[in-house]
Ligand binder design. Structure first.
Ligand code: ATP
Ligand code: MG
Length: 460
């Protein structure tokens, strides 16, 4: 419920509105003219102002609007107007009034409008709150989050940044692996030296070796001059080996040697050159599986993976979605020269929180950037989100057709148990028997999943 200021010179209307809105549990104050209204706005905090447009005295409705826009920008203001001044009221909306009501108006019309104003005010407040949270604590460099998983990850990252150990960063696509690598470098003792990213999957195999270790003039056809390798470029700093799982095996051998010896020998070169490089690497594969399968060297794996930093998928940390969505809203709003979109509507946010984000944070970022382009209102609406986000039924589980439902002869409990059992079985089947995955498919915690299995005597 909100705090509402009514400004009108007509006593009967003031009294009527006060009674009507108080009944809806709002806290209501009244003022007899613009000056008195502004005085109250100075002293107290309001959510919504309902003001008459034309009032005797020095300050009319437009004057109140100007004051509110300048001094209380998140307060929502509604103009009440007689038919003759409707055009001025429309003018007022252009200047930032939320809406106008033409007298005489219906009670429900007023109540609905107040409700909408309060919702908008709450969203704006939330936005401000999230912005200040962003500035406060929920981050490690530009890597943001407020879920418990992320907060404890930040603790770990703060410690790791100060050390020199090699770190393997794992996570699905778009979870922020590169962002973490950069933040580790720029928050550590090597921040004054280069951060050099190498995408092991994107450089052709024949070139990767000379890219990493350099070559001398004449080392191979086309090598017409000496070339420094990325290890030398990164000397004193950090080398980020992205998509390390894609590294061909003969280069894995060389890399291992460099890590052991702390020196490189350029292709065609005779001399070893000492290098001092911290290695951060990243993969979206399960490197341990690659080791088992023989495609990744175990000894190299242990060298690179002194510590693993595992970034959870976005769908596993729903608390981060509103925070990140607002972060991107502010970021892209500013970039596009100040977008008119000020926040995210509840309906749109609900869709985002319910979406499973196979592309993780990068997908959320793209969604918001695109949404800002499409949105014509001042709050991001569901219509500006792509169809796959709007159609929430991402789950492949069968839906119960309500029309076909009959009352279960065996009784509710037994019936629900049967349904539950079937759904658990289906999820297990789709997850190839991996229980953690099955729990994810059902969007319940692993604990809850285990508990349900045990309850239905389904666990072996
Ligand atoms: N926690 C976060 N806070 C802020 N921005 C984030 C966060 N996580 C990811 N991003 C942003 O999402 C985008 C993708 O992040 P990044 O490139 O680091 O992901 P990645 O894990 O390396 O992805 P890929 O596996 O596809 O290479 C970037 O624009 C990054 O800034
Ligand atoms: Mg990446």
């Amino acid at each position: 419920m909100g705090k509402i200021l009514i400004i009108d010179d007509e006593l009967s209307l003031r009294e009527f509105l006060q009674i009507l809105l108080s009944k809806d549990n709002h806290e209501v104050e009244v003022a007899v003219n613009g000056e008195a209204g502004i005085e109250l706005l100075r002293q107290q905090e309001f959510d919504v102002v309902l003001t008459d447009l034309r009032m005797p005295g020095a300050v009319d409705g437009m004057g109140v609007l100007r004051y509110v826009r300048e001094h209380r920008p998140s307060v929502q203001i509604v103009m009440m107007t007689a038919f003759a001044t409707t055009e001025t009221a429309i003018e007022a909306m252009k200047l930032g009034a939320y809406d106008y009501l033409q007298k005489p108006f219906k009670n429900e019309e007023l109540q609905a409008l107040v409700h909408k104003c309060l919702e908008k005010r709450a969203l704006l407040k939330e936005n401000v709150q999230l912005k200040s949270e962003l500035q406060e604590r929920y981050n490690f460099g530009n890597f943001l989050g407020k879920s418990p998983q992320m907060v404890s990850l930040f603790d770990l990252l703060h410690k790791v940044a100060q050390s020199e150990i090699n770190v393997l960063i794992t996570g699905e696509n778009g979870t922020g692996k590169e962002l973490v690598a950069r933040a580790l470098h720029y928050n550590g003792p090597r921040s004054g030296r280069p951060f050099v990213p190498v995408n092991c999957g994107a450089i052709p195999e024949q070139l990767l070796e000379s890219e990493l270790f350099g070559h001398t003039k004449g080392a191979f056809t086309g090598a017409d001059r000496d070339k420094m390798g990325l290890f030398q470029v990164a000397d004193g700093g950090t080398l980020f080996l992205d998509e390390i799982g894609e590294m061909p095996s003969h280069i894995q051998v060389k890399l291992l040697r460099v890590l052991q010896e702390k020196s490189i020998r350029p292709l065609g070169g005779a001399k070893e050159q000492a290098v001092d490089v911290r290695i951060l690497s990243a993969t979206n594969k399960n490197l341990q599986d690659e080791v088992k399968a023989g495609s990744f060297r175990e000894d190299l794996f242990f060298r690179l993976n002194v510590l693993t930093v595992e970034i959870p998928a976005l769908r596993e940390r729903l608390e981060d979605i509103p925070l990140l969505a607002h972060h991107f809203l502010n970021l892209y709003g500013k970039n596009s020269g100040g977008s008119h979109v000020q926040g995210i509507s509840r309906d749109a946010m609900e869709l985002l929180v319910n979406y499973d984000f196979p592309g993780n944070v990068r997908e959320l970022e793209n969604l918001i950037e695109r949404g800002l382009l499409f949105e014509s209102e001042d709050m991001l609406q569901p219509e500006s989100l792509p169809a796959n986000v709007r159609n929430r039924s991402t789950s492949t589980l069968p839906t119960v057709e309500l029309e076909q439902l009959a009352l279960p002869h065996e009784g509710l409990e037994v019936f629900l148990e049967k349904v539950e059992r079937q759904l658990l079985e289906l999820a297990l089947e789709q997850a190839n028997g991996v229980r953690k995955e099955a729990a994810k498919l059902l969007k319940i915690s692993f604990r809850s999943f285990r508990y349900r299995l045990a309850k239905l005597s389904m666990s072996e």
